[in-house]
Design a protein around this ligand. Structure first.
Ligand SMILES: Cc1cc2nc3c(=O)[nH]c(=O)nc-3n(C[C@H](O)[C@H](O)[C@H](O)COP(=O)(O)OP(=O)(O)OC[C@H]3O[C@@H](n4cnc5c(N)ncnc54)[C@H](O)[C@@H]3O)c2cc1C
Length: 468
């Protein structure tokens, strides 16, 4: 994130504001009973998504004994690159897609592991009522554009009180209030709901404004890893060591007694000095905590909702959409299409249909063939032969994923400043991390930053003790 305004006069950004509000997860005091004097410390990391792997990586570097317990049979969590058997060279993403230009830790890790970030920016066409308008042929009304620009300027002068007030609104109501017409609102909903995974009638206006005004010009939809985002997952696990990562191990119990933590998974007990839990809030109730989580923390986890998003990657024998940077916002069920295999050579290509909310539920309810028919027929106004070019489809409906129950968290009006600080609180020696708790909430960057920060807090402590 670049901010050119002088430090002493500018208003804190969302990330800075939350830190100064004293709610950053690892800033909260960790309650450790005295360690026995020894040289090796141990930690159990629950979940092998990016936050868990980033945490384990930092702990390993500090020579901690690390055990990663992952419920699924694969690592990566919500990062999941995929290649079709018909053309495995072409890689698409069924989970996290874009690395943002402001995502410093993601960029640094890719650099460290020699992973090239390729341009993954798109120009958006618009299809409404069966009419396709190419980039430059459609826009918001002058009234809405002027209102948005005025708000952008005002937002940057906001202090904590104004931000709290903004958080009471949903994004739709706020835009209406500042002067958006009905048609502009409908268009904005089609466009912005792909960012949040739900209609903008449900999303905090503060969370939305922060997302648009504190990020890169392309809204952090900048790059993708050459060869697929799972390369970073695999690179991290390689450094951690596969012996330390156990898949097919859903954690059922976390017990804390006498300064030690016992985690039960797959019928086995694992004992350690500390625990980092990356489990998404909605599925936290599958774990029995002993002593139990405070009631407020359990309630906050129940209240936090996750976006309904289905990603449908369709392999086509021809790139009939023309431009390599093709994307299309639409008012049909398939919702948003983009060219997943941009910059990947070949005649064949993959288009991803990214549908949210009820549209995601409708598509998730169909079998693969029917889903493919809907997605390709929705493209008929663009190309009358589109359905004939389709070779195969692969989908993930994240709202049906048992270990996430949604694509990423979204904070409803009034929740950002209330729920998140509660969810960030450590429970004894269990630290909570993950996308949902991050300042970069909803992003891979947020997952990595929270994981590394928690591990850093632990290793900082162990270093201090060794020095003492
Ligand atoms: C459709 C979609 C699109 C996205 N697009 C982008 C994007 O363009 N850019 C971007 O930066 N981010 C994007 N994201 C978000 C990004 O993928 C996530 O923020 C990030 O991967 C989350 O990492 P995490 O470690 O917090 O959670 P996860 O990856 O969910 O990791 C948590 C792990 O815990 C495991 N687990 C759960 N319960 C248990 C249990 N009881 N015991 C053991 N293990 C358990 C899970 O299986 C999982 O592997 C997208 C996500 C989705 C789903």
């Amino acid at each position: 994130m670049v901010n050119t305004r002088p430090t002493e006069t500018r208003t804190p950004t969302r990330r800075e504001f939350l830190k100064t509000a004293g709610v950053a997860a690892v800033g909260a005091p960790l309650v450790f009973s005295p360690y026995v004097q020894r040289h090796a410390y141990s930690c159990i990391v629950i979940g092998a998504g990016l936050s868990g792997l980033a945490a384990a990586h930092v702990l390993k570097q500090a020579r901690w004994d690390v055990t990663v317990l992952e419920a699924r049979e694969r690592i990566g969590g919500r990062v999941f690159s995929f290649g079709f058997k018909e053309n495995p060279e072409l890689i698409c993403e069924l989970g996290g897609e874009w690395v943002g230009d402001s995502h410093e830790r993601m960029k640094a890790l890719c650099h460290d592991f020699g992973i090239t970030l390729k341009d993954h920016r798109f120009e958006a066409s618009l299809m409404r009522d069966g009419v396709v308008k190419r980039p430059g042929q459609w826009d918001f009304s002058p009234q809405a554009k002027a209102a948005f620009e005025k708000f952008r300027k005002t937002y940057h002068t906001y202090g904590p009180r104004e931000r709290l007030r903004l958080d009471q609104y949903d994004w739709w109501t706020w835009l209406e209030e500042i002067g958006f017409t009905e048609d502009d609102l409908l268009l904005r909903d089609l466009q912005d709901s792909t960012d949040f995974g739900e209609t903008i009638r449900m999303v905090s206006a503060y969370a939305a404004a922060a997302e648009y005004f504190e990020s890169s010009p392309a809204n952090e939809m900048d790059y993708k890893m050459e060869g697929g985002n799972s390369r970073l997952v695999n690179a991290l696990s390689g450094r951690i060591g596969n012996d330390s990562i156990h898949t097919g191990m859903p954690v059922a119990n976390i017990k804390q007694r006498g300064g030690r933590i016992t985690v039960t998974a797959g019928g086995r007990n694992f004992v350690a000095d500390a625990c980092i839990c990356t489990v998404p809030a909605r599925t936290l109730d599958k774990i029995k905590f002993d002593p139990p989580l405070p009631a407020a923390q359990s309630a906050a986890a129940d209240k936090l909702q996750y976006a309904r998003i289905i990603k449908n990657c369709v392999l086509f024998r021809e790139r009939f959409w023309g431009a390599e940077d093709f994307s299309l916002v639409s008012d049909v069920t398939s919702h948003y299409y983009f060219h997943s295999t941009k910059t990947q050579p070949g005649k064949q290509g993959i288009l991803c249909s990214y549908a949210i909310g009820e549209k995601a539920d409708v598509l998730a309810a169909q079998n693969a063939q029917r889903r493919s028919e809907i997605i390709t027929q929705d493209l008929l106004p663009l190309n009358e032969h589109a359905p004939k070019f389709a070779l195969n489809i692969q989908s993930v409906a994240w709202q049906r994923d048992v270990y996430t129950q949604g694509a990423y968290a979204f904070y409803r009006p009034g929740q950002w400043f209330k729920l998140r600080p509660i969810l960030q609180q450590p429970h004894g020696k269990v630290l909570f991390v993950g996308e949902h708790l991050a300042d970069w909430q909803g992003f891979m960057e947020g997952a990595v930053v929270t994981g590394e920060a928690a591990a850093g807090a632990l290793t900082g402590k162990s270093r201090a003790r060794r020095a003492a």
